[in-house]
Design a protein around this ligand. Structure first.
Ligand code: APR
Length: 308
């Protein structure tokens, strides 16, 4: 295995991502955190599961960026997670400080890497990472749509009583309350959702999807979701390395697509070894297009607060 992935932040999302990546033998992983000993302890614990799980990939825990040198891909999960009652935007300034410091180190040691952002508020942190790294925009993008779509797919499967993997959902926009579920592009075995569910049901699922993260935070009380987020990261990492041109809703830099430019926002993107190969423009209703524009405007407003 010659692929090297660094996961920054060895908390719930980072450690679970590292676990999924090594168990599925997608890459060797370096897990790094600011807390001394913690990534080393988690890495050793996971490696001790290798004789049972049977994976041959290597996981290393560290507090030193030199160990992340020449990574092919860096996943950024460092930062604070939400507590009940907080919006993702409430994390803006604190996480901007953390992400700025982390990105400088990662860019220095892995100048050719793809940066995959997970820290919230996602769209703003992705923009910040792009600015701070100086990397081409196609190598800096974020995980949000993959997660929001997985949540929507699960709710639909629950409603229809089908297998969750049979549902292909599509959620666009920023990773916040203004995200834009797109029912016409959400399908079960080729049939779109409006053919299968009543309008009120679809609207209820859309709203539960928008509130999906908050629903988990409310249950957990002390942190935010990490199982579905780490699965979503791994889906993207796999698509990048497999290079088969899979299209996944991702937080990418728009240069006029969907009539929006100079902002990071969630839209379908074809991913591959070089990062974002293509931004795919699907047909939206007037209402969906307006909602996407509004969501992008919200991201732009918040990015301006970072005065980069
Ligand atoms: N460098 C490296 N790691 C850091 C730094 C830093 N400067 N600052 C904080 N961290 C680490 C923390 O020590 C912690 O281990 O980031 C980790 C974050 O882990 P958790 O608190 O468990 O949070 P988690 O649930 O993993 O969420 C991380 O992902 O989904 C988003 O909103 C979520 O922004 C949050 C991020």
């Amino acid at each position: 295995m010659s692929r090297k992935v660094t996961v920054v932040g060895a908390g719930f999302v980072g450690a679970t991502t590292a676990q999924r990546l090594v168990e599925k033998e997608i890459a060797n992983v370096v897990l790094i955190d600011i807390v001394e000993g913690m990534p080393q302890g988690k890495a050793l614990d996971m490696m001790e599961s290798a004789p049972i799980e049977g994976f041959k990939t290597q996981l290393t825990g560290t507090n030193h960026y030199a160990d992340t040198k020449n990574s092919d891909l860096v996943v950024i999960t460092a930062g604070l997670a939400r507590k009940p009652g907080m919006s993702r935007d409430d994390l803006l300034f604190k996480n901007a400080e953390i992400v700025s410091a982390v990105i400088s180190e990662c860019a220095k040691y892995s100048p050719k890497a793809i940066l995959l952002m997970v820290t919230n508020p996602l769209d703003m942190m992705t923009y910040l990472a792009w600015k701070k790294s100086g990397f081409e925009a196609k190598r800096v993008f974020g995980m949000a749509g993959a997660l929001d779509s997985a949540r929507m797919a699960y709710f639909i499967a629950e409603e229809l009583g089908c297998a969750p993997s049979e549902v292909e959902a599509m959620v666009l926009g920023g990773h916040g309350d203004e995200m834009v579920p797109v029912p016409a592009h959400t399908k079960v075995k080729g049939k779109s959702i409006p053919q299968l569910l009543k309008r009120e049901k679809i609207e209820a699922i859309n709203q539960r999807t928008r509130d999906g993260g908050a629903e988990i935070v409310k249950h957990l009380r002390t942190g935010s979701a990490f199982y579905a987020p780490s699965s979503s990261v791994v889906r993207m990492v796999r698509a990048i390395f497999e290079d088969k041109g899979e299209v996944i809703p991702s937080c990418v830099y728009l240069t006029g697509q969907y009539g929006i430019k100079d902002v990071y926002c969630g839209v379908p993107a074809r991913l591959g070894r070089d990062g974002v190969k293509e931004i795919v423009e699907i047909k939206l209703t007037g209402e969906e297009k307006a909602a996407l524009e509004q969501s992008a405007a919200h991201v732009r407003e918040n990015c301006a607060k970072l005065s980069l």
